[in-house]
Design a protein around this ligand. Structure first.
Ligand code: DX5
Ligand code: ZN
Length: 230
């Protein structure tokens, strides 16, 4: 199993975005989590294609684009064209999620499906054959800097159980409220892709990344980590 820290640029200093992304690359980060919000599916608006196109020119990171957008099928082609390596859509935002996941794959990028905290795992159980990743939101999508919702831990565990049972190579990503206190909880429950916004970008980015990746590595080399490594 591949464990990765996925810094979310929603919390970056946009005045120094290129510099901060270079710093992540120097520290060995592979994934860049990119939160696109439409002001309709979620209450807030973040950024879209021009920003992604611009950072794509300078960065070789894996662009993990999280679309918090209603009817995302309208924009899949455009996000691929501007440099997405993976596109995650919300099951709540799609009329036909299977079709949207197929549409993403047909364009040659990885496909993820996400659930809000109130959406049960059973809503996406039938999609595990179509998705490379399930993103379990651990806060209400729309804003950075919120507190982890404890009710989501059981969902991560349930999802990991389903994935192991079906022997499917599906990643579990968690997003929202990651701190020293919550990281161990989500890793032990079965998450392997860890999104962090405020934890990475507030304060000293380089030191934060070193600290978080060390914590993830500690887990992976512990008993709990090995269990999911085969
Ligand atoms: C929330 C976004 C998250 C956000 C996480 O809707 O999807 O990716 O950036 O922020 P933190 O890590 O600050 O909770
Ligand atoms: Zn996100």
């Amino acid at each position: 199993m591949d464990y990765q820290l996925c810094p979310s640029i929603l919390a970056a200093d946009f005045n120094r975005l290129g510099e901060q992304i270079r710093c992540l690359e120097e520290e060995g980060i592979k994934y860049l989590h990119i939160d696109v919000m439409d002001g309709f599916f979620v209450p807030s608006i973040s950024f879209g294609m021009p920003v992604i196109r611009s950072i794509r020119k300078e960065s070789g990171l894996f662009f993990d684009v999280h679309l918090m957008v209603a009817a995302p099928e309208r924009y899949i082609q455009e996000f691929v064209d501007c440099g997405a390596d993976s596109i995650t859509v919300h099951v709540e935002a799609c009329e036909n999620p299977v079709q949207v996941l197929k549409q993403i794959h047909a364009l040659g990028v990885r496909a993820g499906v996400s659930v809000k905290p109130s959406t049960p795992i059973k809503e996406i159980a039938s999609l595990l054959g179509e998705a490379d990743m399930v993103l379990v939101m651990t806060v209400e999508p729309g804003f950075g800097g919120q507190t982890y919702m404890n009710s989501c831990t059981e969902k991560i565990r349930e999802l990991r159980g389903l994935i192991e049972k079906d022997r499917r190579p599906v990643d579990i990503q968690v997003d929202g409220g990651m701190t020293d206190d919550t990281l161990g909880t989500v890793l032990a429950a079965g998450a392997n892709l860890i999104v962090a916004g405020s934890w990475v970008f507030h304060g000293e980015v380089r030191a934060n990344v070193k600290h978080i990746t060390e914590r993830i590595q500690e887990f992976v080399s512990s008993e709990g980590g090995r269990e999911w490594m085969q």
